[in-house]
Design a protein around this ligand. Sequence first.
Ligand code: NAD
Ligand code: DAU
Length: 355
Amino acid sequence: MLLVTGGAGFIGSNFILSTLAEAGEAIVNLDKLTYAGNLRNLDALSSDARHIFLRGDIGDRALVKQALERHRPRAIVHFAAESHVDRSIVGPADFIQTNIVGTGSLLEEVRAYWDTLQGAQRTDFRFLHVSTDEVYGSLGPTDPAFSETTAYAPNSPYAASKAASDHLVRAYHHTYGLPTLTSNCSNNYGPYQFPEKLIPLVIRNALAGEPLPVYGDGKQVRDWLYVLDHCTAVRRILEAGRVGETYNIGGGSEKKNLDVVRTICAILDEARPRAKGSYADQITFVKDRPGHDRRYAIDGAKLGTELGWQAKETFETGLRKTVRWYLDHPAWTEEVTSGAYRNWVETNYARRGAA
Ligand code: NAD
Ligand code: DAU
């Protein structure tokens, strides 16, 4: 039994779907269902008894304690977080609450549970904390890529809250011996990503005939990783990572934002041509994000050499798959953006009931 937090979000739902597709082990999915959590992502598991959904907050100590005692997981995979940098700039409070206080509460309950375990159950237990490359700050054009020993220098409230959570996880290992693992990953993209993030937002706006907003000069660089590759990396780290260690995960795929947007336009021009002109005609430069990090890049050597992990998708293959997925699932985007999805959750959660 695994306990996954944030399993109704973008990466968490891809993780649950792909893990259950290849393993027999059950998964308890603890998710608060914020605006970013969507149970429809997991519709394929609606009659699969191995997926047990539990609606709740990672900061709810009583609920987490009860879930741990009842389901007795062998590992926690902690995805739950507020994840959008722009939202953290508008309102950092939820980020501080969930990412820092929530992770702190979760660690306390997990430590108490782990203390009750004995023998192999205790030594084999793992707490895998899913974090971000943004904790390392911003790189200049010729700086070496982030490695696991790069000093933390978070710049946005989101990055600072994730950095704080990483430090708590580190401290729980060093102080209490909790068998933790931390992964710091670059920008993910793929199915089920909420269209507030660059790639799904551009696909959605392009098809809706709306502006494609590029912040500042569009020359900021991100390293892109297809979400299912992130999921294989997380499973590999969970299986073979050294306790107490951190692992960077990257796609080896640095791209300027403007090039990402133009590539999406070119794929759409081919797959769903506009009546006239190119989707690139919709590109609009807008005011930059305050404190916008210029460049991220990942040195993934540790994960590659120590655990033998490699990404399967290139940016080109992954992006084509992603655009195809959004073209084939217009109702998903419509629901999450129109608010119909929120209504669906409220009315149907009562019908489903808690696990
Ligand atoms: P997301 O915003 O799509 O999903 C977050 C999920 O967590 C949602 O289902 C939400 O309902 C849930 N959640 C939020 N607050 C909660 C709380 N207090 N209790 C329980 N559940 C709560 O995020 P994502 O993009 O899937 O990211 C998942 C994790 O991976 C995050 O920790 C993020 O920092 C990290 N990460 C993301 C990326 C990326 O590119 N998206 C890259 C590296 C790391
Ligand atoms: O690096 C990992 C991080 O990647 C994760 O930890 C975060 O959870 C995830 O949201 C992502 O953060 P970014 O800020 O890099 O992602 P976002 O999709 O918001 O933006 C990607 C880049 O595109 C960034 O430089 C800002 C720019 N951008 C974004 C949006 C939404 C635009 O130019 N226009 C936009 O409309």
